[in-house]
Design a protein around this ligand. Structure first.
Ligand code: GUN
Length: 299
């Protein structure tokens, strides 16, 4: 069997075409959607991710506002800026690029973003909403994977799903979203013994471990759907995922390439969440509260 390719670039392009109509509808109501991007320090990977996000905004006629801070900035400086952005009517989404430097408490920063502008879906309120199955802003990467899975036409209900990687950004929310769709979900991580024992039973295998070549053909069930979230740069400059693509595509029924699979979807879903946020504000479903009740100070 040679797998069919799940083309993330194509799906992302299709979704972005539809965004234009939503931007036009917002413009009729005098609203220009706006995303604030907070970047701390000069982590090269973060700079690339942020540049891609800003470019995607431009392409979708979403305004982007860059807020750069030096690596040595204080948590208070970040909290003050986020406090201003929470109240800024031109800002519908606030994204703080991770990772943050060690002197900054990440949770305290993420919890300071008003829930109605949390387009990354990392605030505890949105995480909790994901647990009970009604999140406003699903985290962008798993949200993109969910749409990629839908393009195969295969219903995930009752399927064995194995998620490799238990990060807060991808693995955990991915597992919750697929559980909500009634899949039987297993999460594997760095301490999992005998990874292949789990992956071989997966009807759907989602890999987000950040380890090139981790998933070999013999670890994959014949006819599985394989989603590769990994983005790894090799010494020779090539970008590869976590899956041995050439070998696994001979066993799987469907597979995402790297690049051109999950990557373009992540940034597209960020725009989707930002548009959704602008629409919620335009429809009076969201507010700019100074201190909403759920923003208990982080301990
Ligand atoms: N760092 C790596 N991935 C992400 C992401 O999806 N959002 C943010 N804010 N930071 C990241």
């Amino acid at each position: 069997m040679t797998a069919q390719i799940i083309d993330g670039k194509h799906l992302a392009r299709r979704l972005r075409t539809r965004f234009r109509e939503r931007v036009a509808a917002l413009s009729m109501r005098g609203v220009v959607p706006g995303l604030a991007v907070v970047l701390v320090g000069d982590n090269p990977a973060s700079q690339v991710y942020v540049a891609n996000k800003v470019k995607a905004c431009e392409e979708s006629q979403v305004r982007s506002f860059m807020h750069r801070f030096p690596a040595a900035c204080t948590e208070t400086e970040l909290l003050e800026r986020i406090g201003e952005l929470n109240l800024d009517p031109a800002t519908h989404g606030i994204l703080v690029q991770l990772p943050l430097p060690p002197q900054v408490n990440v949770r305290r920063v993420l919890e300071s973003i008003v829930v109605d502008k949390d387009v990354d879906g990392f605030h505890l309120y949105n995480v909790g909403a994901l647990v009970v199955g009604n999140s406003i802003f699903p985290p962008c990467t798993p949200y993109g994977v969910q749409l990629l899975l839908e393009t195969t036409g295969i219903d995930v209900a009752g399927k064995n799903v194995v998620v490799v990687g238990a990060s807060n950004i991808v693995g955990k929310p991915m597992a919750l979203m697929l559980l909500q769709k009634e899949a039987t979900v297993t999460i594997c991580h760095a301490k999992t013994r005998d990874l292949a024992h789990h992956t071989i039973h997966a009807d759907i295998l989602v890999v987000a471990a950040g380890k090139p070549g981790l998933i070999k053909a013999e670890m994959v069930k014949e006819g599985a759907i394989v989603i590769d979230v990994g983005i790894n740069r090799l010494a020779d400059g090539r970008i590869v995922g976590d899956v041995d693509f050439e070998a696994v595509r001979e066993r799987a029924a469907w597979i995402t390439p790297v690049p051109g699979g999950v990557g373009p979807m992540t940034v597209t879903m960020l725009i989707e969440n930002t548009l959704r946020s602008a629409e919620r504000f335009a429809q009076g479903e969201a507010f700019h509260p100074a201190q909403p009740f759920w923003q208990v100070p982080a301990r």
